[in-house]
Design a protein around this ligand. Structure first.
Ligand code: NAG
Ligand code: NAG
Ligand code: NAG
Ligand code: NAG
Length: 213
């Protein structure tokens, strides 16, 4: 894990700017695993995600005891288009419905991202031993931070690094498949229907990233 973080930071630092014109790409429908690491405190969460690229919906479920006991247990269902999300507790069949103040998330390159460079991770010359990635960067005014996001040529998100006031966070994805395996995961559970929208306290910014802070 730490080797991966170091490598990623190193890649960001050594990336050279390229003058080509690039449009931010949008990731496809996906199912996969995401790990969340804070550069101070280690592994924060590991879990499965399901993403609908057209409907802009994301489900992420982590296991609080896996892989380490500092992990947080989270079950999030986010609707970026509508600007709302649910924090689900399947154990006691309860949920909270909240407004999203920031719809940025680590599975899709923001439309206003700036292209930094194309890199080869691993080997360029050995067949099957390399991964070509595009690096995108941008700022996050709400948290006085910035991000660096790497995606494959087909726009599968490899890793996103957020640098904020509250620390640095690495989201990395593995075992991605380009399909929604279980569409039910993207529908609001029956026990959450009719849930009132909670008020957002003054000064709070709800976002996918904020759930891990
Ligand atoms: C992505 O998934 C949604 C929801 O299942 C579906 O409506 C849409 O057609 C899918 N898009 C692609 C490109 O398969
Ligand atoms: C969470 O992880 C632990 C330890 O790996 C495992 O025993 C448990 O079954 C997992 N729980 C869920 C709900 O996946
Ligand atoms: C959790 O991790 C800490 C430090 O790694 C360890 O001291 C503690 O015993 C662990 N607790 C459990 C319940 O595994
Ligand atoms: C469900 O459990 C969580 C903790 O696991 C607790 O915070 C919450 O209040 C519970 N909700 C209900 C409706 O019991």
């Amino acid at each position: 894990m730490y080797a991966a973080v170091t490598l990623f930071v190193f890649m960001c630092l050594t990336a050279t700017t390229n003058a080509e014109h690039h449009q931010p790409c949008h990731s496809p429908n996906m199912t996969g695993f995401m790990s969340v690491i804070t550069l101070k405190g280690g592994v924060k969460a590991f879990g499965a995600f399901t993403y609908d690229s057209m409907g802009k919906k994301l489900r992420f479920r982590s296991n609080e005891s896996h892989p380490v006991n500092t992990s947080v247990g989270l079950d999030l269902l986010m609707f970026f288009e509508e600007g709302i999300f649910y924090e689900i507790d399947s154990k006691n069949q309860s949920c909270e419905k909240k407004a999203l103040q920031c719809t940025m998330h680590p599975l899709d390159v923001p439309d206003d991202a700036t292209f930094l460079s194309t890199l080869h991770s691993g080997s360029l010359s050995i067949e099957g031993e390399g991964l070509k990635i595009n690096i995108w960067t941008g700022s996050m005014p709400e948290s006085k931070g910035h991000y660096s996001m790497s995606v494959t040529m087909g726009c599968l998100p490899v890793a996103t690094l957020y640098f904020t006031d509250s620390g640095s966070f690495l989201f990395s994805n593995t075992d991605i498949e380009m399909e929604i395996k279980d569409p039910d995961l993207l529908t609001v559970p029956s026990f959450c229907l009719g849930q009132p929208l909670e008020e957002t306290p003054e000064g709070t910014v709800n976002s996918f990233l904020n759930e891990f802070m």
